[in-house]
Design a protein around this ligand. Sequence first.
Ligand SMILES: Nc1ncnc2c1ncn2[C@@H]1O[C@H](COP(=O)(O)OP(=O)(O)OP(=O)(O)O)[C@@H](O)[C@H]1O
Ligand SMILES: [Mg+2]
Length: 314
Amino acid sequence: MLVISNLLKQYGDLVAVDDISLRAEKGTVFGLLGPNGAGKSTMINCISGLLRPTSGSVSVGGFDIVDDPTDAKKLLGVVPQELALYEDLSAIDNLRYWGKAYGMRGEDLASRAKEVLGNIGLADRSKDLPKTFSGGMKRRLNFACGIMHRPHLILLDEPTAGVDPQSRQRLFDMVEAERRHGACILYTTHYMAEAEQLCDSLAIIDHGKLIAQGTVAELRAKLGARDVLQLSGAFPGDSSQQAIQKLVNNGLSDLELIAQEEQNITMTLSDASQHLPAIFAALAEVGGNVSETSLRRPNLETLFLLLTGKELRE
Ligand SMILES: Nc1ncnc2c1ncn2[C@@H]1O[C@H](COP(=O)(O)OP(=O)(O)OP(=O)(O)O)[C@@H](O)[C@H]1O
Ligand SMILES: [Mg+2]
């Protein structure tokens, strides 16, 4: 449904999307994950035809978005990161507006608008203006506008930003429903947990580059069974690193130092809890002082940490 080939987008000297290739199939949710500024919205805007790629190509259902934009755009539904609602039109009229923009008319338009309004749990607010809605309700309506015309490829740019758990679950249900109907959904988020729950396959991007791609299971497998150990405190630079290296040489062969700063050390290793005393002792020997310890089982969040050496923060 979506084929992206060597997509490159530059803003002046800044390379926002750096040679990314990926494909997403019908009836699946494809997650595009990355921290703020990773290049997610830029990619979405290149796919939707809002931005012209510097080089590379995007094909939607076999139609090139630059060469054949009319056919490609018919298949596309876009739910932008910024709300795109008409504040002076009622909820139902917002939906009718977007349906009409895609050529829907008459009974089909009326019944579809009612249907999606029900799906987002706003049937009883049909005649109300979006300005009387909460943030989560607006998000849901924003989503519904994007899917009015039953698009085959739905681009969702951080649809859950700032919504409460209940609205979030409703959005998830709506995504699931569209997938069941055979749509392909590109789901952009910086919440790893959402991606693990929703997505069939994922691409993780950082600074415009693709740093990992695969199914959730494939990406998990990359992590193996190692734990992530984070220590906070005070750690003298080189000597702490040498102390850790000594541990590796003396038997903790799968210990990997991910990031080391004066106040934080992050490493991965198997059975970390068993090795804590040895690690503390080695650091104490070089004058290090551990004030806080956190030990985590691996998840996609830790995969990001492993690949980039930094946390995927909001
Ligand atoms: N119109 C623009 N002109 C210049 N630089 C831009 C423009 N839009 C985005 N950028 C830059 O491109 C990079 C990627 O931005 P983008 O909005 O695609 O990131 P994002 O992954 O969507 O981030 P967020 O999670 O914050 O929405 C950033 O460094 C950003 O500053
Ligand atoms: Mg964005």
